[in-house]
Every structure is written in structure tokens, then in C-alpha cells.
Design a protein around this ligand. Sequence first.
Ligand code: LFR
Length: 478
Amino acid sequence: KQLTKVLACDLGASSGRSILGKFDGEKLTLDILHKFNNNGVYLNNNFHWNTLKQFVEIKNGIRKAIQKTNHNLASIGIDTWGVDYGLLDNTGSLMSVPFHYRDQRTNKTLSKVFKNISKQELYSETGIQIMQVNTIFQLYSELKERPWLLENAKDLLFTPDLLNYFLTGNKFNEATIASTSQLLNPLQRKWSSKIFNTLNLPQSIMQQIVFPGQKIGNINSKIKDELALQKDIPIIAVGSHDTASAIAATPIVDQNSVFLSSGTWSLLGIELDKPIISAKSLQKNFTNELGVGSKVTFLKNLTGLWLIQECKRAWKREGKNLSYKAINEAARKAKPFKYQIDTDHSSFINPANMPAAIKTYCKKTKQSVPEQPGEIARLIYESLAQKYKEVIQELEKLTDKKIKTINVVGGGTKSELLCQYTANITKRKVIAGPIEATAVGNILTQLIALGEIKDLKEGREIVKNSIDLKVYEPEELL
Ligand code: LFR
């Protein structure tokens, strides 16, 4: 059979990549064509995305895919991190540089929103974990601090929608990314007019919702010329929220397993057919995002490798340019269980210096103070695993399941240390892989849209047959 080739453009909060998926009817192989850094940029005191660079790099990825496949690319799909967006004016131009969800402009917004709508009401309407980064809080701060933007905005596009629009000229909001906004009702799969009205936000800027598998449009003629494309290439809506795509490609899905999508964030949870929206799930702050294949992803959004990524950056600035290999080796040698942090503490959202923030946290909580990179890395990994354990216990209570296995996917599978500590501390089996789960989920959704694969279930079997999974059994803790 002829190979079907599709391109996944996957932008995470620290890096982006373009991956070619080649499907022969049974197996999927990946070809990483293009990688780039995707760090936020400070403009004065505000933290933004480099949206133009993202767009340029997406085009670079497409260019490479065209060359590699000799113009035989069946389709393209884009996924990105959640919650962020761009606003367009009535001429279709981007009105301001999109903000990064870690920008401090929402630091005081939550209490203001809760004066208009209670936490309970907001949660029962959206089923979404209350988090400062959510679009709802970003928009509300915009309304108060930069009213001229929303007064003049015609359209709101989430990051993948925006990049799709730059490529095709067509404006949609894709469902999985829309659900991260906390403005959508997950039962009706529609914008919550109640929230827009209560907060005085303009619902008219929201778009028609498209679902994974639907076509967005073809690459517009200008870019077609620029990239010297010989044929039209359709852009398909995938699970354009990276988490939704990662979960779509998680191979181990059964009654006794959870997924853990491990990257800048750790997303830990299970897949459901219907949301769980209850007083208890609100109390434990679990989220019901929309997934691929009409599923709901019931999960907790936890700080993940951001902690170590930021330490690495800070150490480099101080002249210690350590590789992850060196950091992990030092962590392995450090003393176990000497320190513990709450990995989701607000002081870790975007500190100027992460190791310093961790030291301050240890001091404030009356622990001794870690000094060496190895000690800090070890406490990060152990504290993450400790957090996973707590969340799994909460999940078991909320869903009445017994969790025995954790399927870790994403970049975090590269950290054998974190995988092993996760197994040891949670006392559960860890199955690691695929590493490029997000791109794989993106690719599978395109293959379903093209009629090459029947459904997600079949897609997951293909993942199992196509990659090696690594198993970590829990070791006795000394
Ligand atoms: C993971 C992720 C999370 C989202 C966070 C911020 O990459 O998409 O799901 O909560 O980034 O957008």
C-alpha cells in the first residue's frame, strides 16, 4: 500500500516541532522534520508569545514536509498549549501581541471575577479547574485594564485557531482548545452565554466551534506561492489542544489506568464519556476538558517539568551550563526525601529565578535549604511524584476506580529518574511512551479524517503496534 503522509505541527510552551507521520495501513512511523524554541518574550513588564516566529516556523516545517514528501502531503494539523489567544479587529489584523498565560496581569483577577459569579457557579457551568491562566481570567483583566481592546475586537482566536487562520484565512474555534477557556459549557458543547453576560464579556467575538476531524480550509494562495506548493493542502482541525492530542495517542486505556501527559505541565487523569461536575470534583479542582472522539478528559492540571526547565535556565545564566543528563545524574546521587515542595505553589508560576524560589519555599516551610543542582532536581522529581500520588488517590475516590497503572506520555518519558520515582512513590506500574504523543494524536486525528483509520480505538492499537513502551515497576523505598 502507498504510504499516507500527514504533517503534525505541535507547539508546546517551551518548544515546537513539525513531525511527518507516515502510515502504511498498519504501522505509523514518525519523522521529526523541524524543531524550534518557543519561549515567551518580555516586552517591558509584560510576558508575551512570539506569535510571528511561531507562524514563520510553522511555514518552515511545511516547507520541509513538502520537500521530504515530494509534494505528497495529504494534510496538516496544528496543536498548541491551551488558554491563550489573539484578538482580531474588523479588518482581520491582529490587534496586539498575544499574552503568555504566565503574564502577571491576572494575578489579582480571580477575586474580581468571583465578585460577579461564584466559584461554584463557574465550575458547574464549565466543569473546568479554576486556574489563574484560564482565558476567562485573561479576558476579564483585559476588560478592566485595556478596555479599548475588547471594545474594538471583532474575533477571538485561540493560538491554534490563529495559526490556522494565518494559513487559510478561515476563522473557527476548535472544540478541545475552546474548552480550556472556561467559557464553554461542556454538556452542550456551546459557549456559555451565562458567563459572557454575567461578566460583560462580548460573546460576539467567539467563533463557530469545529470538532476534531473537520476541515478548516486549504492553505491560502499567497502562502501556496510562497512555499511553491504544487497542490492544495487541506488543514484539518485536530485535537488542537496539545493535551487532547496527547491523550488521544495514549495507548493504555482501561479501567485501571490513568494517563499522565508529562511536559511543561503534568496532566493526570482519565477519559470519560460524560463530564463529572460535582461539589467534590470542584473541591479537588478537577477539570473536564473536551477530548478527541467526543470524549471528556477528566484530569488535574499540575505544574510539571517547568520547574526543572526553569532551574536549568537559571543555572545556565549563572554560568553552570548543565545538560539534563548531568542534572539527572547529580539528582540520582543526592540524598532521597530530604526536601519537599508543593509543586503547584503560586511562587513557582513565573519566578525570576526558580532555584531561588525553591530555596525560599524550603526556608519558609522550615526545611533546610538545598544548594546543589542535584539536590534541587531530586526534590523536584520526588515532589512531582508525591503530587501524582495524591492526585491518583483523589481520582480513585472521585471515580470509584482502582488505579494500578500510569501511562506516561510526552517529553517527560525521557526522564527515567522521574518515571522510576513516580513508580516508587505512587507504588504503581509506570508504562512510558510514546514520547511524541501529542504529534501522534494529531496525526491519528488527521488519518481518521482522511478515512485511513476508523476511530480512536483503532488508532490506539496502531500506536501499540508502532512503538516500544518502557515499563517501570515500583521499587521498595528504603
Ligand atoms: C499543556 C497545556 C495544558 C494547559 C497549559 C496552559 O501543554 O496545554 O493543558 O493547561 O498547557 O495552556
